[in-house]
Design a protein. Structure first.
Lengths: 112, 114
């Protein structure tokens, strides 16, 4: 199992502020990096799947970048809104294996 | 179309009893995964199935846990002689083949062992 780490564990953001947090993963044998949003009492939902070094993906006010050589990904939330409050999970998938290794998540709380 | 469904949504059982948790994946998804989240913990991989290949059982915490997938579709996770530490939310996910395909998660089964 790959060692995927996320930091910080939690953060509080004022509504309207922007924020970002990190996912680090072993760069050897890397194939894919996933980001999921997990809201309370709901199922995790996929935000992005990235495979190429330098990939940048965007969905509304949320974006992500990927550096496969150094083994990290950033998730950015621009102009945070209360509905962005959730736990954000990243997961790394190695080559030739379907099994993802999940980080423990970053829990974001947006204060109105 | 229909998403991943799981049943039951909640299960309360007594220590020592067996339980079965069911997952119906999205039609056409060849990969199926089971995870669990214990209180205060992250998402823990349990087992995955890919097509007709032998399942990867490397995440099962003990031999009390087993899973099967019939006809490449529905999967059942069985926990025998449940213990209190088995209390968790059990999530099922499915995806198209390959680690670069997003996983679609079911609503989960909350298992409480008294």
């Amino acid at each position: 199992i790959l060692n995927v780490e996320q930091s910080p564990q939690s953060l509080h953001v004022q509504e309207g502020d922007s924020t970002n947090f990190t996912c680090s993963f072993p760069s050897s044998n890397f194939y894919a990096l996933h980001w999921y949003r997990w809201e309370t009492a709901k199922s995790p939902e996929a935000l992005f799947v990235m495979t190429l070094n330098g990939d940048e993906k965007k969905k509304g006010r949320i974006s992500a970048t990927l550096n496969t050589k150094e083994g990290y990904s950033y998730l950015y939330i621009k102009g945070s809104q209360p509905e962005d409050s959730a736990t954000y999970l990243c997961a790394s998938g190695p080559r030739n294996d379907y099994k993802l290794s999940f980080g423990a998540g970053t829990t974001v709380t947006v204060r109105a | 179309g229909a998403g991943v469904s799981q049943s039951p949504s909640n299960k309360v059982t007594e220590k020592g009893k067996d339980v079965e948790l069911r997952c119906d994946p999205i039609s056409g998804h060849t990969a199926l995964y089971w995870y669990r989240q214990s209180l205060g913990q992250g998402l823990e991989f349990l087992i995955y199935f890919q097509g007709n290949s032998a399942p990867d059982k490397s995440g099962l915490p003990s031999d009390r846990f087993s899973a099967e997938r019939t006809g490449g579709s529905v999967s059942t996770l069985t926990i025998q002689r449940t213990q209190q530490e088995d209390s968790a939310v059990y999530l099922c996910a499915s995806s198209r083949a390959g680690p670069a395909n997003e996983q679609f998660f079911g609503p989960g089964t909350r298992l409480t062992v008294l």
